[in-house]
Design a protein around this ligand. Structure first.
Ligand code: SF4
Length: 373
């Protein structure tokens, strides 16, 4: 484990804390497990759902029912344009967003959290806008978000969102925010209120329509705040508490904590050049044994292997192929060098595809219309 890394059950949307005990987090915050029964209730679940990388949810039954009965629902996600690249964890949010978009969401929203970037990351609005248009939105399109079926907006240009955030500020107390987030700063308060306003904004356009927000487990405090706000503004707005679906972290390449851009050597970013992909994957933590002979005799431990996790979360679509690698590892038929070579090959391919799609997506961004109200 990297020195000085904070570990524990704390879920912190602004930090890089490893959630060691997902079950404990679920129990503590009342999240429902993503069971086999639930999996069967969703049409064509994606690979993250089938493999339980998506491992819990809140009220997703409401959305599953809406999908089955072809009733309206929305899906929403946001871009924080604070860095010039995105990392692999963001790709999972997009994969889940796409899933609900393809499953029949009547409205899908992709917003740019530019005001939030000013409040918490010290960017100017202009810089946040430039980064979003030049990189982040094209990246989301390159990773499969359908521009024809998506509504885009910047927080700074959406007065309904700003008004909602201002209204919510009068309904929550600092003590309540501290109970949810721990220490808060004025910037974090603004960001959290804007986040709640974004999540509920679609319901000001279509009253009574439920929504789903795909997030990493570290974002759950935001979802708890939104649900609390829904109760507190009940007399004024008839919001429905949003459903949410949670995926596990992509582990850091050293196996110690979630992949985070603040530790570049342990993080694979999009895009990343082939040489650096290769170097990082060859240094990744595996479930291999101390010697080749021992590995052949006892087999490897894919359960703790970061390379296997990359296959599972990002690189291999076919469940049968993934199962085969798992079995070969466990039996000792497979050695780590083979996996690292294969993972490098697949990751470089992924980067090349991403780059090619980015070129097309940049041209598309010029034609996008952004909601302004
Ligand atoms: Fe991981 Fe592959 Fe080594 Fe098994 S053989 S521990 S899956 S790298």
């Amino acid at each position: 484990m990297a020195q000085g890394v904070k570990r524990g059950p704390l879920v912190d949307p602004w930090g890089a804390v490893l959630v060691e005990d997902y079950v404990r987090v679920m129990e503590q915050f009342g999240l429902e497990p993503f069971t086999d029964e639930f999996l069967r209730a969703l049409p064509n679940p994606n690979k993250l759902m089938r493999r339980k990388v998506v491992f819990c949810h809140r009220d997703l039954w409401v959305i599953a029912e809406a999908i089955r009965e072809r009733r309206p629902f929305y899906v929403l996600t946001g871009i924080m344009p604070s860095a010039p690249k995105i990392h692999l964890g963001t790709r999972m949010v997009i994969e889940n967003f796409k899933y609900f978009q393809e499953a029949g969401a009547t409205e899908a929203f992709l917003l740019v959290a530019d005001v939030e970037a000013v409040a918490t990351r010290g960017l100017t609005l202009q810089e946040a806008r430039r980064r979003a248009l030049e990189f982040h939105i094209p990246a989301y399109l390159a990773l499969g978000v359908d521009p024809d079926k998506t509504k885009f907006y910047f927080q700074s240009e959406n007065r309904t969102v700003l008004r909602l955030a201002a209204c919510f500020s009068g309904r929550v107390t600092l003590a309540q925010m501290e109970a949810i987030y721990g220490t808060v700063t004025p910037g974090k308060v603004i960001a959290a209120l804007l986040d709640a306003a974004d999540v509920l904004y679609p319901q000001t356009r279509a009253k009574g329509v439920p929504g789903v927000i795909p997030v990493g487990i570290d974002q759950d405090p935001h979802m708890r705040l939104v649900r609390d706000i829904v109760k507190r503004v009940k007399s004024e707005f008839s919001f429905i508490p949003p459903a949410s679906v949670y995926h596990k972290f992509t582990p850091s390449l050293d196996g110690s904590l979630k992949m985070s851009k603040s530790v570049p050597e342990s993080c694979i970013e999009l895009p990343e050049d082939p040489k650096s992909v290769e170097r990082k994957i060859w240094k990744a933590f595996t479930g291999g044994r101390g010697s080749l002979a021992e590995q052949r005799e006892k087999g490897g431990r894919p359960e703790v292997c970061v390379v296997f996790e990359l296959f599972k979360q990002h690189l291999i679509e076919d469940d049968r192929e993934l199962d085969r690698i798992y079995e070969e590892c466990r039996s000792g038929a497979r050695i780590c060098g083979e996996c690292k070579t294969y993972a490098t090959e697949l990751m470089v391919e992924l980067m090349e595809t991403f780059q090619a799609e980015m070129d097309e997506a940049r041209a598309l961004v010029k034609e996008l219309e952004f909601i302004k109200e």
